[in-house]
Design a binder for this molecule. Sequence first.
Ligand code: PLP
Length: 394
Amino acid sequence: MTDAATTARPARRPKNPCFSSGPCAKRPGWTASALDRALVGRSHRSGPGKDRLADVLKRSRALLGMPDDYRIGIVPASDTGAVEMALWSLLGARGTDVLAWESFGSGWVTDVTKQLKLKDVRVLDAPYGRLPDLARVDWSRDVVFTWNGTTSGVRVPNGDWIAADREGLAICDATSAAFAMKLPWDRLDVVTYSWQKVMGGEAQHGVLVLSPRAVERLLSYTPPWPMPKIFRMTSGGKLIEGIFKGETINTPSMVCVEDALDGLKWGEAIGGAAALAARSEGNLAVIARWVERTPWVEFLAADPAIRSCTSVCLSIVDPWFAALTEDRQASVPKKIDALLEKEGVAYDINGYRDAPPGLRIWAGATVEADDLEALVPWLDWAFATVKAEVAAAA
Ligand SMILES: Cc1ncc(COP(=O)(O)O)c(C=O)c1O
């Protein structure tokens, strides 16, 4: 259905139009009263403050199924802060492989090659919609990768490609994967994420998880460059254990902390990690059924094994669209996004600015499958409407 004359304006709207890929939809039923208990005006270093922070860590650890000997801490500057802390603190001890298949991975390549200026670096990359050849990764080296490429909707299929007996560290940016995709802890040494993705929390706090091998590296290796206070995890040759007990490096927002707790309690109440992942996979399935029956759209990730169940990226494949100039192609998803925002149907579903023109729909655990069911007829309607408008203006 790509013709305005045959594409009826749907009657039903999604109850929640929030389909942004970050900050993502709040959990179903969320209201600001979730923050009533927030420890505002109190020190995060007070007894109750530390208890709240420790509670977030305890519940996150349990929900993620982390091994007891892994450490988890809340760090400054969201996921970016957590990744950079890891890169600055750990890299340089051996060669590094960096994987990139969309803009966030490319950002880590820039850090490693242009900022840290590491000498022995291999960049394994792939275009939007694909993964690099994972068999080429050399596990005698440190390896930096993104579990789910948020801007291309491509995830690694599992952790089987990560050597169990690796010598290097597996450093994984899991910000749009954690809580929606199973993370094989025995294959991961550093995992980072932020609160505003799958759990629908508030932004600006990062979470950093370290395996015993990552800690061992911190204790046995001192990078040659200066280490700003907000990246520092050791002092006098010892790990600053407080970071992993809720003694944050600098001041966290106790409102965000309360909201993170609310999200975690919701995750526990609906059945934990398996239920969260099932919601996200179910959401992907709703979109996949629609893509299957819709001629004008395809997944950017052609291979179903690597298709994200959180940041679902779609390409417009209508022959009319393919024949447009690049600029006019880019205008189409932008107009669809604007039209659906105006209708109060969907917010922020234009693809990422560096990705090929298309749509990106967040399908993480806080999104309701029924809202996606309600959304997809609107996508047909918006595409037909925009197509007619752009064609008329030509
Ligand atoms: C894969 C990935 N890495 C890093 C980031 C940056 O996260 P933050 O804004 O929490 O620093 C994002 C944000 O969307 C992301 O999706």
